[in-house]
Design a protein around this ligand. Sequence first.
Ligand code: BT5
Length: 252
Amino acid sequence: KALCNDFDFIQFIKFLDTVDSTNSEAKRIAMEEQVLEGLIVSSEQTKGKGRLGRQWESEKESGLWMSLLLRPKVKPEAASSITLVSAAAMAHAIEACTSLNVGIKWPNDLIVNGKKICGILTEMSAEINQLHYIVLGIGVNLGQMSFPVDIIDKATSLKKEGVEVSGKKILSAFLLAFSNFYSQYLEGDMSQIISYHLAHSVTVGKKVQIITPIETRNAYVLDINADGSLLVENELGENEVVFSGEVSVRGI
Ligand code: BT5
């Protein structure tokens, strides 16, 4: 049952000690229950996932590892911009609970002092013209003081940045901000969400590499469009719109 109108996208909350991946658990629930929406949180993930098959370090009690199972009544093309909705909501939540400045690296990374503190993995099940569900996976580093060598220079946690906040506090601040941005998104209004991104972007106005599974090329980021896509100037000096793939910002 819905907790209240503001949170009617949360019909269940499942807290786990351990799981392979909260995204995988959300997908299993989505398959069993055809209409349910809700939240899964785990203290530990044994197979935390990043995008493009990458690994997400999710040690026990070191972070907030969570997934929202959502069934918004939107077209499949509109589904990927939910990543922007959650990035804005989590940036807002971290800033509301701490004195840190949070940057957003389009479309899915949150950055504190040049290092990644949060990553978002959006997965969906859809057919042409019909979206079945979205799984919105969010990982926030809370208590790690060290990271594996391959990411030691690019990852950080709230504790490493000198802040101790509980996952519960971040989660409740996130849900409040998310419910607000999500209802705007459902109404087809991305304006406040895009403004929030532009104000916090570490991507706009930078030279970036656009890395997709097939190619890597250089571009200069001009703007974030109203639909959440990125407006870039390519190496030929032409304007181009980037909808998906990964954009990595040089120097971060
Ligand atoms: C992401 O992928 O940033 C998406 C991460 C989503 C994690 C959440 S946790 C809850 C839910 N359940 C899941 O199984 N996943 C979601 P990507 O942009 O591909 O970044 C992955 C890269 O970030 C890795 O290849 C590492 O370089 C780096 N990385 C791995 N673990 C990290 C960590 N804990 N903190 C910062 N960077 C990390």
